[in-house]
Design a binder for this molecule. Sequence first.
Ligand code: PHE
Length: 336
Amino acid sequence: MIKKIREYREEAENFAGTSAEEIESFRIRFLGKKGIVNGILQEFKSVSNEEKKELGQEINSLKNAVAEKLEQLKPEKKTNSTRKPEDLSRPAYPFSLGSRHPVNIVRNKIINIFKSIGFSVADGPEIEDDWHNFTALNLPEHHPARDMQDTFFVERDPDILLRTHTSSVQIRYMENNTPPIRILAPGRVFRNEAISSRSHCIFHQIEGLYIDKNVSFADLKQTLQFFTRELFGQSKIRLRPSFFPFTEPSAEVDVYWGLNSETDRRITKGTGWLEIMGCGMVDPAVLENVNVDPDEYSGYAFGMGIERIVMLLYQMGDIRILFENDVRMLEQFRAL
Ligand code: PHE
């Protein structure tokens, strides 16, 4: 019997068929239900125990030889099959890449600029109470300056509202941390404004706050100059006196845009200057509200609307483009 098995093994090892049919009938001849291997296993049952050991090894080596042969012939099987080789001249499948929303791109740029000079990012809720959005910021009830920011109320008495600026995050941060404080508060804000080509009820702001000993207006101005140079490649700025209840003195920041083209004239209304943000020295009353001693510490704050900066950087005429999420528009920002 051993001799027979060895002959079969030799046959298997020498098998040289190439076509798919030949290989398949080889497989069936050896491994099929009524094939050689099963036949031998039937006989195996009736041999004595001493013989079983040696015989078992022989059977195994026959099985291995057959399996090895089939494995070897596999790639040939493929080339012999009816499948055509790939058409290498076929155009590649289209491959789509995502893109970032321009508001996100500009937001990240602004954050990175301030991060490079030591600011970190703070977060807070979009639904606020009256204290954090108004009262702590030196805007007591019935103060006329509340009208500057038409508010969406969620509940009245006590008032719960959608934050009208991210200054509320600054209050929360000062309540929970001690100076020195150097934070950015980016986020969504809500104002009940008529929709025009320049305004929107929901938009994004980034506000900044720096509180430490001996912070002066000169620090504020230098920081803003650094910021505008990094973002616009232009550090020529001017500060116009303005009013915010939470800062004193307060200023509006204009960056020099130039008048090189017709578009420049349109964007700057013929002046060459563009307003980009509000800023000022934090009012001592605000510091008192969050238990920071105004005799020991001072600080500055600034705030800007991201959409406005996006419109300037990419020369868009209408803010609504940024909220329609038209893919044809969004796709254009892929490479930025
Ligand atoms: N919170 C102001 C606004 O939303 C912006 C601002 C922030 C102004 C900080 C001055 C200082 O209009």
